[in-house]
Design a protein around this ligand. Sequence first.
Ligand SMILES: CC(C)(COP(=O)(O)OP(=O)(O)OC[C@H]1O[C@@H](n2cnc3c(N)ncnc32)[C@H](O)[C@@H]1OP(=O)(O)O)[C@@H](O)C(=O)NCCC(=O)NCCS
Length: 154
Amino acid sequence: MPTILPLESQDFDRLFEIEQAAHSVPWSLGTLKNNQGERYHNLKLIEDDNIVGFAVCQTVLDEATLFNIAIDPQFQGRSFGYLLLHTLIEQLQQKGIATLWLEVRESNQKARRLYERLGFNEVDIRKNYYPTPDGKRENAVVMALYLAEPTFTS
Ligand SMILES: CC(C)(COP(=O)(O)OP(=O)(O)OC[C@H]1O[C@@H](n2cnc3c(N)ncnc32)[C@H](O)[C@@H]1OP(=O)(O)O)[C@@H](O)C(=O)NCCC(=O)NCCS
């Protein structure tokens, strides 16, 4: 059974490995390190003493934004992404957060299905928002989950 704990500063080298393996256009190590601190609610998922996934989430007043979620590709498809995001949502609800926002590449069907399973709704499209590995641009889908009332089941 995996364990989910707050991210710590010594985790960042391992997070960067996962980031590079999981994303087509990964964050730099500097960007990963900059996205932590008081305003963040960041979590890691540990399986057999090894970090295999993480979530980076910023909170401002009663709103939160999921900036990043990634599972090591070798561990994808084992419900770890679902468990990590489900746990984050429960913890945000306990903190009194009203809405969780995120943006996802239009082509990222796997992530979009995960978000839909957890009750997120599509609220907007940002045209040509993300760079692609081949130098083009891709739309972002903006999604929101309203946390005031439970919208998903365990
Ligand atoms: C998107 C990502 C985080 C998903 O993590 P994952 O561990 O591979 O996904 P899971 O195994 O938890 O979920 C896979 C499927 O099971 C479903 N699922 C898993 N556990 C579930 C549960 N207990 N109840 C209901 N549905 C569940 C998910 O909705 C999803 O459905 P699908 O089969 O229709 O795709 C992962 O693929 C990843 O890191 N991708 C690269 C980075 C990325 O794209 N991040 C998101 C954008 S920032």
